[in-house]
Design a protein around this ligand. Structure first.
Ligand code: SF4
Length: 708
């Protein structure tokens, strides 16, 4: 038996782990107590990753769907079949008839860039999709347009902050996103104990023992933030502090927030004007106030507007790059800011409306059915890497039907998930323990920065292969020359040695250091310059103007929604649960809500009002879908808000029998999809704050979890 130091690649914390290996096979993982930063912290999900690795239901050989069902095929046959189909589709419909979809795990896989370098140019397509348009591209686009780089994601100065506002985040379950803190609950308790005021802004009273909660209506974050800015400007004024000379367009901020006094937004936000006013004054007066915003804010109708207002609140109160405020963290790889087009010309016109591609490439996943059914330039093939759009994107049955109608759907994954089940081939990818890696994605957002390299800790199960090798071989099978030779032993040094060099590092140096090297964190003061951001901070560049106008228009819509709410109307938010991680751990037993399917969580007062008792079956419906689920109560929820966990709905996913047994419904069937269902500047669609009607189902608990 040997042990190998590695790190977990399920979330941004990147916990140090020690893997035990016997005869090349992974036996167990445990937290690395000697890790200089994560110091033995690991969560249940990270420790269960070994169960995914060894899951007998995992796909470890290429599979092809035939008339007789799914069969194992050789790599040569799979790649030859896919390549021939791709060549035929491209010959008939053109290269844009092929799309690529990237799921969330790709963010934690440093070799995926090599895969795309090999594949995308060979296909010649610009139709790229990503789960990022479900949960985070609002952050990229705002930082790109305001600061000049999508990598400019401010993190709170947790060591010094006097007031910390946490918007739409549940650190106990999700840890944190774009803010990497080992054991975030312990860190927040420390802040509380040293006297920092911790304020959660969320429809759920997230951690009552740690901090107060401003329990706003879902999806109303932009107007709470706008009202805070309105109040600050009207009373104490804007004080941008040390960055004042670099900020352009504060008048645009003043103009945007002008209509949103605390009184004007109180009914839409669901918070009394006096409390909003007090919150604004407390934030402005704090000797260092910081904000961290996450998916609860990102995934509403206006994630970009809300995140923009977060930046404006930091800037206008002088809390960006100030001790105790928010700042840009240290990185192992020096950042070279790209040239950013902040003009309206960065949008493109499509038959489904104007849009601006985040990360320069991504299209809205909300348009997948439209693109597949496009009579002029249809999408006819989709290659999905570690993704499950069938369940994670809104659209429900229409999306399932559209994906199922493709001429070629290939899933490169650990499981034959719900999307793969609709496809033609499933190709087995290596998991995190079977590939060499480096923690690139979290650079710049770590409280205690470190860079870590890991070797593969075990041999791949079955015939699993790294994505970049698969792509390289596929390109060759299509009769083209791949950019990377799949027989290379490794691409990590090739990709990252140059980027590490200015730090005096290399992959070899990391290996010699035992894998991990900590970095100095100078903290606030000069953090923009250290990120290479020497240009102006532009509050409201031309490319954001339409986002601000949309914000005004949607305020009127939301006010009408609030005024016309029937007693049965609720706003549904996403409930993250331990043990699920979107869709891909659902095959394992031991999830937080095992055996419960997808419960509908509501405040007990709301249950009493509707005559629902715990365990009763409720019908959840809107114009898009009707679902049924068993009722559970959580007094921490705001009245009028219900919560469900997404990623379920695997009744037909024969490749994940464990997930099938867990039951549950596809909550995202209730989410909007199509031309009007995405934010043009970020391409994000609304996944939380969905309006639904709740009634008691006429059926009994035995049928709960069914989709009707
Ligand atoms: S906190 Fe994140 S990185 Fe750490 S063990 Fe859990 S899932 Fe893995």
């Amino acid at each position: 038996m040997t042990t190998v130091k590695t790190f977990c690649r399920l979330c941004e914390v990147s916990c140090g782990m020690v893997a035990t290996v016997e005869d090349g096979r992974l036996v167990q993982v445990r937290p690395d107590h000697d890790h200089p930063v994560t110091q033995g912290f690991a969560c249940k999900n990270g420790l269960r990753a070994v169960d995914v690795h060894l899951d007998p239901d995992r796909v470890v050989r290429p599979q092809q769907r035939t008339d007789a069902g799914w069969i194992d095929v050789s790599w040569d046959d799979a790649l030859a079949g896919i390549a021939a189909r791709l060549n035929d589709i491209i010959a008939e419909h053109g290269p844009r008839s092929v799309g690529i979809f990237l799921g969330n795990p790709n963010a934690f896989n440093a070799t995926v860039g090599a895969a795309l370098m090999s594949l995308a140019p060979a296909l010649g397509t610009d139709r790229m999709f990503s789960s990022a348009t479900q949960d985070c591209t609002n952050k990229y686009v705002v930082s790109e347009l305001v600061y000049g780089s999508m990598s400019a994601q401010p993190i709170p100065d947790l060591d010094r902050t006097e007031l910390l506002m946490l918007i739409g985040t549940n650190p106990r379950v999700s840890k944190s996103s774009y803010m990497s803190v080992p054991d975030p609950i312990a860190a927040l308790r420390e802040l509380r104990d040293r006297g920092t005021r911790v304020i959660f802004v969320d429809p759920l009273d997230v951690e009552p023992d740690i901090g107060e909660c401003v329990q706003l209506r879902p999806d109303s974050d932009p107007y709470l933030l706008a009202a805070m800015l309105h109040e600050i400007h009207a009373t104490v004024g804007f004080h941008p502090g040390a960055l004042a000379d670099r900020i352009e367009g504060l008048d645009d901020v003043v103009a945007f927030v002008a209509p949103y006094s605390p009184e004007a937004v109180a009914d839409v936000v669901g918070i009394p004007a006096e409390r909003i006013r007090q919150l604004a004054h407390d934030f402005a007066a704090a000797d260092g106030a910081a904000i961290h915003a996450s998916t609860g804010l990102n995934m509403g109708r206006q994630g970009a507007l809300a995140y923009w207002l977060v930046q404006m609140l930091l800037l206008c109160t002088g809390n960006l790059d100030r001790a105790g405020g928010s700042f840009f963290g240290a990185r192992a790889f020096p950042h070279v800011p790209p040239t950013v087009d902040r003009s309206d010309a960065s949008f493109e016109d499509t038959r489904w409306g104007r849009l601006r591609r985040p990360i320069g490439t991504m299209l809205p996943s909300a348009l997948l059915p439209e693109l597949i059914d496009d009579p002029d330039e249809p999408l006819r093939a989709l290659i999905v890497f570690a993704g499950n759009p069938a369940l994670t994107v809104g659209g429900g049955d229409r999306l399932f039907d559209a994906l199922g109608s493709l001429d070629l759907l290939v899933s490169v994954d650990l499981y034959r998930n719900a999307t793969g089940e609709l496809g033609h081939y499933v190709l087995p990818a290596t998991d995190q323990f079977e590939r060499e890696d480096i923690n690139t994605f979290v650079q710049g957002v770590q409280r205690r920065p470190f860079v870590q390299w890991t070797p593969p800790v075990c041999t791949p199960e079955g015939e699993a292969r790294e994505e970049w090798r698969i792509c390289s071989d596929l390109v060759r099978a299509m009769g083209k020359e791949p950019m990377l030779d799949s027989t290379l032993e490794s691409v990590i040094p090739l990709m990252y040695d140059g980027a590490l060099a200015p730090r005096g590092l290399s992959i070899e140096a990391l290996r010699d250091a035992g894998g991990v090297v900590t970095l100095d964190e100078p903290g606030p003061g000069g953090s923009l310059d250290r990120l290479g951001l020497t240009g102006a901070i532009v509050c409201a560049p031309e490319a954001l103007r339409s986002t601000l106008e949309r914000g005004h228009a949607l305020f009127a819509t939301m006010r009408a929604e609030v005024a016309g709410e029937p007693d049965t109307r609720f706003s549904m938010i996403t409930r993250r649960t331990l043990g699920s991680i979107n869709t891909w751990m659902l095959n394992l037993p031991g999830g937080e809500e095992d055996g419960a399917g997808t419960p509908l969580w509501m405040h007990p007062d709301d249950g009493a009002r509707l005559g629902l008792v715990a365990g009763a079956v409720a019908t959840i419906s809107n114009e898009r879908a009707t679902l049924e689920a068993p009722v559970r109560f959580d007094p921490r929820l705001r009245h009028g808000v219900v919560a469900m966990t997404h990623g379920f709905g695997n009744a037909a996913t024969t490749g994940m029998p464990g997930a099938q047994r867990r039951g549950g419904v596809n909550v995202n069937a209730l989410a909007p999809s199509g031309p009007d269902a995405f934010d043009p500047v970020s391409c994000m669609q609304q996944i939380t704050g969905i309006l639904v009607d709740i009634t008691a189902a006429t059926r009994t608990g035995a049928t709960a979890g069914a989709s009707t």
